[in-house]
Write a protein that binds this ligand. Sequence first.
Ligand SMILES: [Ca+2]
Ligand SMILES: [Ca+2]
Length: 461
Amino acid sequence: MSNPSPTFTVLEAKSALYSEGLPEVYIVFDTAENILAQIEYESLHGGGLIAFAQGLGTLDDVDLDLTVDQVASLWTWGVVITNGYNIVDTAENIVWQIAEDTLSDTEVIKNAFRLKSAGDWFILSVEQAVAFAPWRAIADFYIIEDTIENFLPQLAADPSSEVKQFINGAEELRALNDDAVDLTVDEATLLATSRLYLDNFYNIVDTASNILLQIDLDEQNGTDIVIGALARSTDDLEEVDLTAEQLIILENYSVDIRAGYTLAYEIAGVAEFWKGKDTFLQGVEVSVSGISQTDTSDQDGTFALGQIKNETTPFSLNAIKRVTSTKASDAGITLTDVLAALKVYLGKSLPGAYASPFNFIAADFNGSGTVDLSDVLQLLKFYLGKQVSEGYGPAWIFVDKNDIRYDGKGEAISIVSDTNGVDLSKAETRPPSIFHDGSTTQLELIGVLRGDVDGSWSPGT
Ligand SMILES: [Ca+2]
Ligand SMILES: [Ca+2]
């Protein structure tokens, strides 16, 4: 059984050194204050009392207030601090020590029961706040004061990190007086949601698309990130397509659009059958010549063509609805249609139930521009399920509603033909091509099926 090493207080060790001498192995066991005083003394005078000690004792002082330097000294001398203590120091020293600790992994500070300032508010840079981030105990009183440029990378790097929470928890975030800072919309949003006081003047420099998006969000959420900006400008709008409405919004928000932009808009359209009420046509493929915009009407007959640019207006639209069946019944073709086509050819009037200028289009079974006896005979053949001559057969034709004149009851009374100033007749059955002049963003297409003269076709057939 070995004897434990003798223990001395600092004073006892000093006294022993100058009288009977110290044993080879001893431990200095004392309060932190005494050990620190002796360390300081020996550091100044080159003594070796503490250095000779084989071990330094354990401090047991829950309420001890130490500076970072004192903690570092104790640690260097191998003093084991098992219990809590307070670090009372300036933020700068604590931050420095935290940085040292992080490098050396000595965890001096990590063993601290708590960190506290001397009652003053710490003013930290973002970098210092980041260093503090794992030390949430100090989060009570501090101000982050830095440049926006330093905030942004830190916030953007990991928006959900503890660092951001730490920054969010700050009593006050302040930007330095930086009146001329240029922010993107995302950056302004990031700063605003991080409780940075955006009191200072700043410019939002971004694309129109982003600014518009933010204006939209602002209005939805009742915030004023963008609205609060003193000045906004967009750098490079060469590639941005704006609608006229968006342009007005940007102007209302005093967005200075410095570079060029393209004014664009969307055409909203609907396709419906000429006969009956609200029979909408699905599967109408609408395209614009020379532009890659295309859409196909859905169940409601609606379609949309986006990003139509002003400089490409006016233009023609193509509307196609494919006929896949060769059965007369699928095209709504019955004997009534054959007889009706014959009446059109003979110039006789049709029953009021389906008399319409659309009859001329439907009776021209080959789309030749005129209704002649061949149209009637070929339609009869088709009705009978016999082979028809090339060029004859059901096909969808679309008329721009703007080219149709209606009576007071909404019945079509005439359709303009593609021959200027002439209405459709059996001698001129071709409507004008669908032409868009940009005066409206609405487009209504009325479809008629060649061969179905009385309009008995229905989507189910
Ligand atoms: Ca014909
Ligand atoms: Ca029919």
